[in-house]
Design a protein around this ligand. Structure first.
Ligand code: LLP
Length: 425
């Protein structure tokens, strides 16, 4: 069950733990993560594509417990910084199951990846080829993939559509950059080209763009075979699979994407007389978003311009998604049943700008008042991981729930944490 999306009414609980009790025990705002839900969503990907490598996109949310869960469920990790790599390393996550991404990898990112021995480094620009090769010890070879730009834009918002021409990621197939990169990698004995990567975008609610991407990538594999005489053994289609935020949202099951991707790949390879490459996908949001719930406490209620504003103790510093992408959420009151009718309200944060809106036009009971606890389902991805220090409110804690118990995974950021970094006199 999608715990976060379909939590029952009244005193809402998740994995047998009351949300009201969690709010009282850990304070607010707090992010609650349903461990069983994360694991079962990870497993659903593994089951849907048993022939493929499933690589969890750490940017959606990472902490040490999540590293363990992914390892135990048999997934790899997609990381994009030395920080994410170091965190995975603290749990001894098998480095060969890690893929390093980034359109601008720093010397520290590359150095850490090589020191830990990550399985794949994804080349995202021509400039990093020689730079990476120069760092690989003479007797070694680092496996790399080329991130190609297939010219297919998909995703719920322009800011998260990465596969189209005219944005910063990948090497264009259309302008010849991708082919040029393949040629240059072939000339580097320190690099071994394992295959191609692409990432179309995020919150993609149909399998269709993936089918087009498969056809583009396979036709590029053919071009590589014809020009260089090599058959690249791997294809990584990136992530981007949608999660449901609102009741009517389309969020196909992993099995649905898997079936369509498999069929497209088998068909395109048969037609091109190519062996089936080993497939990788990199889901982040679809595993994590539905498993998370944000808890807030109401601090103020007021009217203005015909709207009812319900202000809570968090906001854009823990969830920048509405402000950045116009993302929409549902909001539920927790732990206080009343006969009050519902009415439309705008749930806003505590930050000092008018754009700090968490959810507009949500139905809340008319008697919502300061002290009430509100829950925002589908909050597991790209919220805590994108939390900022704005207004020095302190980033929220993350609490895991499983089998009727809760445990703290990440503690609340305190004023002391903030002050310690401020070393000026
Ligand atoms: N692989 C690569 C190379 C990526 O860049 C991403 C996400 C993923 C996999 C995972 O995509 P997912 O399955 O989570 O959609 N902050 C935005 C989303 C940014 C996605 C960035 N890249 C949001 O909150 O909507």
């Amino acid at each position: 069950p999608a715990s976060a999306v379909s939590a029952p009414g009244g005193d809402l609980s998740v994995a047998g733990v009351s949300l009201l009790e969690l709010a009282e025990r850990y304070g607010t705002p707090t992010y609650v993560l349903d461990e069983g839900e994360v694991r079962s969503r990870a497993r659903a990907w593994v089951r849907a594509l048993p022939e493929a490598e499933i690589v969890y996109a750490a940017k959606a949310f990472l902490c040490r417990a999540v590293v363990d869960w992914m390892e135990e469920e048999g997934l790899g990790l997609d990381v994009c910084s030395a920080g994410e790599l170091e965190l995975a390393a603290t749990r001894g996550f098998p480095a060969e199951r890690i893929v390093l991404h980034g359109n601008a990898k720093s010397p520290q990112d590359l150095g850490t990846a090589l020191r830990l021995g990550v399985g794949r480094i994804v080349i995202d620009s021509g400039c990093e080829i020689a730079r990476l090769a120069a760092r690989v010890p003479a007797h070694d070879a680092q496996q790399v993939m080329v991130r190609v730009l297939p010219g297919i834009g998909a995703g719920a918002h322009p800011k998260i559509r990465t596969g189209a021409e005219g944005q910063k990621f990948g090497l264009s197939i259309a302008n010849g950059d991708a082919e040029e990169a393949v040629a240059r990698i072939q000339g580097q004995p320190q690099l071994e080209l394992a295959g191609l990567h692409c990432h179309l975008g995020s919150q993609i609610s149909s399998p269709e763009p993936y089918e087009r991407a498969v056809r583009e990538l396979v036709s590029f594999l053919v071009r590589v075979r014809d020009r260089f005489g090599v058959v690249l053994p791997e294809l990584d289609l990136g992530g981007g699979f949608a999660a449901a935020y609102l009741p009517g949202d389309a969020a196909p099951a992993p099995a649905v994407y898997a079936r369509r991707i498999r069929r497209a790949l088998t068909g395109a390879c048969a037609e091109a007389d190519l062996p089936l490459p080993r497939l990788t996908v990199e889901p982040g949001r679809s595993i994590m978003a539905p498993a998370g719930i944000a808890l807030y406490r109401v601090l103020a209620v007021k009217r203005s311009g015909g709207r009812v504003f319900v202000a809570v103790d968090g906001g854009m510093s823990d969830n920048p998604r509405p402000a950045l992408y116009g993302a929409r959420y549902t909001v539920r009151r927790v732990g206080r049943a009343s006969a009050a009718p519902m009415r439309a309200a705008t749930v806003v944060g505590r930050h000092c700008e008018a754009g700090d809106v968490l959810a507009d036009g949500v139905e809340l009971p008319e008697d919502v008042r300061p002290g009430d606890v509100l829950a925002v389902p589908a909050s597991g991805a790209y919220q805590v991981s994108m939390a900022s220090g704005y207004n020095m409110t302190g980033r929220p804690p993350v609490v895991a729930v499983a089998d009727g118990r809760s445990r703290l995974l990440v503690r609340r950021e305190t004023f002391d944490d903030q002050r310690r970094r401020d070393v000026g006199l």
